[in-house]
Design a protein around this ligand. Structure first.
Ligand code: AMP
Ligand code: MG
Length: 366
């Protein structure tokens, strides 16, 4: 299949480009498009064959349900039961990076929800995404537009690298503003359960609806057996290069990584670091990529997936990631970095890094 790459103005998308993309969606095809979180791979959410195409193009396990994107909260009743908490949350956070899990309606096919009796829904905050949904005249199911397991795409070039020849069109609207996927909140439970941290923080949610329970898999390795959100159990966001996340106080993290980099290079390995601007000068690594300031989680979030992809292309043996404080957007950053590292985590601080190379520290390989 030939993939058309079409540039659009992210603020004022060209009507012809949107009309062509919408025509593809209506005919059951696949269009990748920018949102404020990451690029999505869209299909008509109500067309089972079109939705199966998303799973095929991504290589996504068919038991991992998709998020349904709407142009307006007014369109919600067609796909989901609007439970009472939807109203205050939608008023504050939609359009925006908050996905709500709700009881589904009969209009939504099993393919979209992976057979669950709930559906995940959001209204994206991006002129291109909204124009495409409106012009298509249907809700659009869209997971991140990457090959399954890879870091999510924050630029059209990432989508091109992963999905060229597998989808009909990519709308290139520049870089995604947030750079991490939406927050996923399950409203079918009391209190509501945070299934995935993202662009809307727990602190912001609790201002509107009171206490939110954080699912244990958000901060730790998901348990074996049934999971609340199927996406939790898959390897995700991961570069092919082995990756270690170092957690602790910022100065201790920098000192720990600096030592580990020396050890690994002394053992003949080529090492990369995705670094904060503050700590980057401390690292004598083969490649040091600055993701942003450690005082600005939103800058780190914007550059995380691009940084992982760039480091992955540098032909390195091992990558180190700097942990951040898991509060606010930092909770989402840490969730993505823990998963990118396959839960291979080293704690900085007391005693310093273990001697002996890549196999030590942390809780082991996945
Ligand atoms: P992605 O589309 O790749 O950003 O992933 C969507 C995330 O939402 C995955 O982690 C899914 O498992 C999760 N999700 C989608 N629908 C549901 C649902 N009905 N219940 C629980 N989690 C869901
Ligand atoms: Mg994804």
């Amino acid at each position: 299949m030939e993939t058309r790459l079409v540039a659009v103005d992210p603020e004022h998308p060209d009507e012809q480009a949107i009309a062509a993309a919408a025509e593809i969606i209506r005919r059951g095809g696949l269009v990748a498009f920018p949102t404020e979180t990451v690029y999505g791979l869209g299909a008509n959410a109500l067309d089972p064959a079109a939705v199966r195409g998303i799973f095929r193009a991504k290589g996504r396990p068919s038991d991992n349900p998709l998020i349904v994107h709407l142009a307006s909260p007014a369109d919600l009743p067609a796909v989901a039961v609007p439970l009472p908490l939807v109203d205050p949350l939608a008023r504050r956070f939609w359009p925006g990076p908050l996905t709500l899990v709700l009881p589904r309606t009969a209009a939504v096919p099993d393919e979209t929800t992976a057979g669950l009796d709930t559906v995940a829904v959001r209204v994206p905050d991006h002129p291109v995404a909204l124009a495409l949904i409106r012009a298509s005249g249907c809700p659009i199911a869209a997971p991140s537009a990457n090959r399954s397991g890879r870091p999510s795409p924050t630029r059209a070039a990432h989508v091109w690298a992963d999905l060229r020849g597998r989808i009909d069109m990519i709308l290139d609207g520049g870089q995604s503003g947030i750079g991490l996927e939406s927050t996923v909140l399950d409203l079918t439970q009391q209190p509501p359960v945070l299934l995935r941290p993202g662009g809307v923080t727990v602190e912001e949610l609790e201002e509107v609806i009171g206490p939110v329970r954080i699912h244990p898999a958000v901060e730790g390795r998901p348990a074996a057996g049934p999971v609340a959100s199927p996406g939790m159990k898959y390897r995700h966001y991961a570069p092919a290069t082995p990756c270690v996340l170092v957690e602790g106080e910022p100065a201790a993290v920098a000192a720990h990584i600096a030592t580990r980099v020396r050890q690994e290079r002394a053992a003949g390995r080529r090492v990369g670091v995705l670094a904060s601007r503050e700590a980057a000068p401390d690292y004598d690594a083969d490649v040091v990529l600055v993701a942003g300031s450690r005082t600005d989680p939103s800058e780190l979030a914007r550059h995380l997936f691009h940084g992982l992809r760039q480091l992955d292309e540098a032909g390195l043996d091992l990558l180190f990631l700097e942990g951040v404080e898991p509060r606010g957007l930092g909770l989402a950053l840490m969730n993505r970095m823990r998963r990118a590292a396959g839960y291979r985590i080293e704690r900085a601080g007391a005693g310093g890094p273990h001697a002996g190379g890549a196999g030590t520290g942390g809780d082991g390989a996945p």
